[in-house]
Design a protein around this ligand. Sequence first.
Ligand code: NI
Length: 255
Amino acid sequence: MIFDTHAHYEDERFDEDRDELLMSMKDKGIGRIVEVGAGISSTKGAIEIAGKYDFVYASVGVHPSETAELCDKDIEWLKSLTSNEKVVAVGEIGLDYYYDEPERDIQKKWFEAQLELAREVKLPVIIHSRDAAEDTLRIMKAHHAEDIGGVIHCFSYSMEIAKIYTDMGFYLGIGGALTFNNSKKLVKVVENIPLERLVLETDAPYLTPVPNRGKRNSSLNLKYVVEKIAGLKGISEEEVIRVTEENAEKLYRMG
Ligand code: NI
């Protein structure tokens, strides 16, 4: 079944029908979902949702754009959550120079702190990196992220960088952006990187694939991403679903 490795169902855009929507997943071919923390309150939300549904797992972490007010106590709090058996990763963490706030030194500081947290608790990381390829890679190399492992969420960089990450053992998260008109660079990555290094993700409610672009995203739209990957690689949709599900199980170290 389809494994959505990255979603944000705690978002208020799901307040109206969250329960109904999540309960409909299994019948529509969605197996497991990882609800990703992107700050203090969304991490609380992720733990809550994962506690409620057996097929939903959680990650705990603070997105670079949310690091302005962060303190050491928060990292301790994140650490305390990782003993929860439904917590499968630390993330999303990283650098965002597109919005470029808070200042880069602050983003870097908390990226590094959360990388070390992941190492300490032996969980993989979910990396958010936007317009910050060089610094992200430099920090990950300096912290020997190849020993930590994880996924580069919403991969948006070149083939050369894709190769470096996959050589480090990282997976690339592929979602709705692959179906956009301007996805040339990403198409090249998906064509050339082995399926064994790719995982499916929505980033719901964001990044809705064509033909539903502009509407709220959910895991139900992953079929369009599967279709696109199958076409690019000349394989069946069943194979895309099966292999990316196995990859996600390995990424999040599920039995
Ligand atoms: Ni996200």
